[in-house]
Ligand binder design. Sequence first.
Ligand SMILES: Cc1cc2nc3c(=O)[nH]c(=O)nc-3n(C[C@H](O)[C@H](O)[C@H](O)COP(=O)(O)OP(=O)(O)OC[C@H]3O[C@@H](n4cnc5c(N)ncnc54)[C@H](O)[C@@H]3O)c2cc1C
Length: 436
Amino acid sequence: MKSGIERTDVVIVGAGFTGLSAALELKKAGVDFLLLEARDRVGGRVESMEIGLGERVDSGGQFLCEDMPELMALVEARGKTLVETYVKGEFITQPRMSAQQADRAYLGSMAIRDRMNAIAPDEPDIAGLTVAVWLDRQPDPDQAKAAFRSMIEGLWCQALEKLPLWHLIDNDRRITNEVSELQYFVRETMQSLADDLAGDLGDRVRLNTPVETIEHGPEGVRLVSAMGVVEARSALVAVPPMTASKLDFAPPLPAGLRRALGVWQSGAVIKVLVRYPSAFWRARGLSGVVMWRDLPGLFACDVSKDNDHAALVVFVGGPLALRWRELGDTALRAEVTTRLKDALGTEAADMLDFSYRDWTHDRWSGGGYSDLIVDATATDAERIILAGAQPLHFAASELSPSFPGYIEGAVMAGRIAARKIISGLQSAIATSASGS
Ligand SMILES: Cc1cc2nc3c(=O)[nH]c(=O)nc-3n(C[C@H](O)[C@H](O)[C@H](O)COP(=O)(O)OP(=O)(O)OC[C@H]3O[C@@H](n4cnc5c(N)ncnc54)[C@H](O)[C@@H]3O)c2cc1C
């Protein structure tokens, strides 16, 4: 953005999949807009990095499945190549248990999850309960409870002690995939899809433009960044709620909205990518999937693009990520290597490359995979944020009616917000036309 004042109809803050999807919707409707992005790239929590071998890999959001229709359609429309995630063979649970025991623990954890999701989120009996407290009261065997904890902390990267039960149920019910969410990944990287979408938006996307202040009033908005000022009729803040809560609004947001944005906390995740000369685990009848029950939040799976690109991804999520990030590079690598060796054998130490991306406390997205509500009383927070405060609107994957916390959710959230803004602009035009 050139220094000075620019004017447009709608200004969007944040070029993750939410902001990009909103911008494409505005473009389709012929509405003028600008998309301001703090980083030097688009994609937000979808990101790729170059590993030591000179290859680009997804260091942020990566996987999708056929039950995510909007993202699947985008991937197809942009001619991307889907790689089917390798899951044939045995999956390993650590500490080792027999296949029978592992099955029992898995089925037990799914039974707990089904029981949880059968509870209505607004059921008075669960008001104020955290997932941890509720789990403690369940009659299931310890193995099943440990498997449930590991699954949920791995999926949401947040301690069960912090998570309100109603919020987890409410989220989990919106995640409706029947096939594994890890079914596919994009050979060219998911980040390349974000780049393609941004390519359609041309010079309406402004990188390296962190918005500092959002002034707002009945006449419109005025967004200030080091790169200049943008004035618009309305603004869409397409950043995660916790990140939005840190923006400077002038005048301050209404108290209810301020509070609704302030009750979210980002998850913590470190994504580790390990390249191997070959997918040695496959030769031994293993899928490469490892779940560490003794270290909730630790999970590995096969992300080999083909025989020449054998790789595992290891997710370190939740409280474990917060502990392991303090270790430093060498000790983190040693921890991960030891765990992989214990699970898959000594060949797991023969790495071609070890790279990782620490998303904990990320400056622009707060963390990962997503923000969650950590105040059990904040049952209205999402509704209040979605209502916004004219002319300010808010959207993010976490606020999506389907797949909150996923890329699919971001696509949906962005489109829905844009349609709402478009219809608001149209009715304003109709009103002023009828009044003149
Ligand atoms: C490690 C990791 C792995 C994941 N894996 C998967 C997966 O496999 N599949 C899946 O579906 N989902 C996955 N997710 C989740 C998924 O990536 C997110 O849900 C989704 O990308 C969120 O999109 P968003 O646009 O809502 O938010 P974001 O992507 O966070 O976008 C917000 C944007 O706003 C920008 N911004 C923030 N503040 C400002 C400011 N002041 N001014 C201007 N710009 C600003 C940020 O830089 C960012 O680009 C993963 C996430 C992480 C972190």
